[in-house]
Write a protein that binds this ligand. Structure first.
Ligand code: ATP
Ligand code: MG
Length: 401
């Protein structure tokens, strides 16, 4: 590639001055990996990783006037903070043999950028850019970026055997960049998918989240359903919703719709345990999935009853999913949204009567809550006024002497 102006225009001057300082001290330094790929495809990188021939101690000496953080000394990474922005600077590395499908047995530092690029996962992630030496693309990453292809560096099967997380990384990049997975890489990742069972739940779920949020997630999940069935066996055999509407769903909605279509809220709890979702995510997804079976019909009473079944964000999520599954109409969605904006009592605490009033009428224990719920439903459906006298009269009818 001859036109390097995108790099010159995009890379922040602070990142360039870090590279210049390392070079002035006699080392090599490049911007590497994600940011090089992103600039080539016209995206603005989130961060700028730097790779250098300098070892950690040497990097710290060059930047002794700056704040540095020992991010991963054993792996050769120091973070240097410039104007409040962290830059990860990592020594050129070669990975030793891999024995557990995730970690190299040893990591050694090298003076060769070629060796460092060889250990990287995909051709589009294995390029380096230097302001003085230009783009270093030894594996055809530039052409693959132009053709929107994810291709393993070297032998795909071996690369997935070394580190099975790369299987999900390939799908994640395919989904977030809207790239196709190259034929041999695709075959190898499907063939080696069982190795994913050796990868920690946290890492699997972190990749899965990014993948699901990707703009091409629908295509990637449909194309590689066997990998999804392995990491989410609750969803096997995987059934996908209609594609229309998928683009408007958030990562959480997408996760919920897959469970709504393929299983139930018990399965949500199983997957949440295994993949170590945080409690709040587990709670939101299981509530949303449970609501799919009680979505409202297109009338006022049904919409009002639905409003009592959860928090707004969960109700709206369930409606978006229900819409994609053709279980509710646009008119129902609008109706519920309109009711949400109205100042209607939605919680027992909004009633003009308290638990102590019900208790004074003779109700005990759980019965108090039951009566309050009945009153709330009456008020919400417009059958009762939210007025203390009216509520006390109605309550009496529900309390057995
Ligand atoms: P993102 O924009 O999502 O951060 P990225 O390409 O920067 O994408 P990172 O996970 O931050 O991805 O990794 C930085 C770089 O390190 C990658 O571009 C790749 O060159 C290399 N890399 C990361 N993980 C692996 C891995 N498991 N195997 C081989 N190389 C990897
Ligand atoms: Mg990155």
């Amino acid at each position: 590639m001859s036109d390097l102006s995108a790099f010159e225009k995009t890379i922040p001057s602070d990142a360039l001055s870090l590279i210049n300082a390392l070079e002035a001290a006699g080392y090599e330094a490049y911007i590497v990996g994600g940011p090089v790929r992103d600039i080539l495809i016209g995206r603005i990188p989130c961060d700028y990783d730097i790779t250098t021939s300098a070892e950690v101690g040497e990097v710290k000496r060059v930047f002794s006037d700056k704040k540095t953080v020992d991010t991963g000394i054993l792996h050769g990474t120091v973070t240097v903070v410039v104007n409040g922005v962290p830059y990860e600077i990592t020594t050129y590395r070669e990975d030793g043999e891999y024995l557990d499908s995730r970690h190299p047995v040893s990591v050694s530092f090298t003076k060769s950028i070629e060796e460092d690029l060889k250990r990287r996962d995909f051709t589009v992630n294995a390029m380096a850019y230097s302001p003085t030496r230009g783009l270093l693309d030894l594996h055809g990453g530039c052409e693959d970026a132009a053709r929107k292809i994810i291709r393993a560096v070297g032998n795909a099967e071996r690369r997935f055997e070394e580190d099975a997380l790369r299987i999900l990384r390939a799908l994640r990049f395919g989904a977030t960049l809207d790239f196709e997975i190259e034929g041999k890489t695709a075959e190898a990742l499907v063939a080696k998918r069982q190795l994913l069972l050796k990868i920690s739940a946290e890492r699997i779920f972190a990749e899965l989240k990014k993948l699901l949020a990707g703009s091409a997630s629908y295509r990637v999940i449909s194309e590689f359903s066997s990998v999804f069935e392995l990491i989410l066996p609750e969803l096997a055999p995987l059934k996908m919703p209609e594609e229309a509407g998928w683009a408007d769903l958030s990562f959480e909605d997408r996760l919920a719709i897959l469970f709504a279509l393929n299983s139930n809220s018990v399965a949500v709890a199983c997957a949440a345990n295994r993949l170590k979702w945080d409690n709040s995510l587990r709670d939101r997804i299981s509530k949303t999935v449970a609501l799919i079976s009680s979505l409202p019909a297109d009338n006022d009473t049904s919409a009002r009853e639905f409003l009592l079944s959860g928090e707004d964000s969960i109700l709206l999520s369930a409606l978006r999913i229900g819409r994609v599954m053709s279980l509710v109409t646009d008119s129902t969605v609008m109706r519920v949204k309109k009711l949400i904006t109205e100042d209607m009592p939605r919680k027992v605490s909004h009633l003009a009567i308290k638990g102590s009033d019900i208790s004074a009428l003779g109700a005990k224990g759980e019965a108090i809550g039951e009566v309050l719920k009945l009153l709330l439903k009456g008020v919400c459906l417009g059958e009762l006024e939210n007025d203390r006298c009216a509520l006390i009269n109605e309550a009496k009818a529900h309390i057995k002497p």
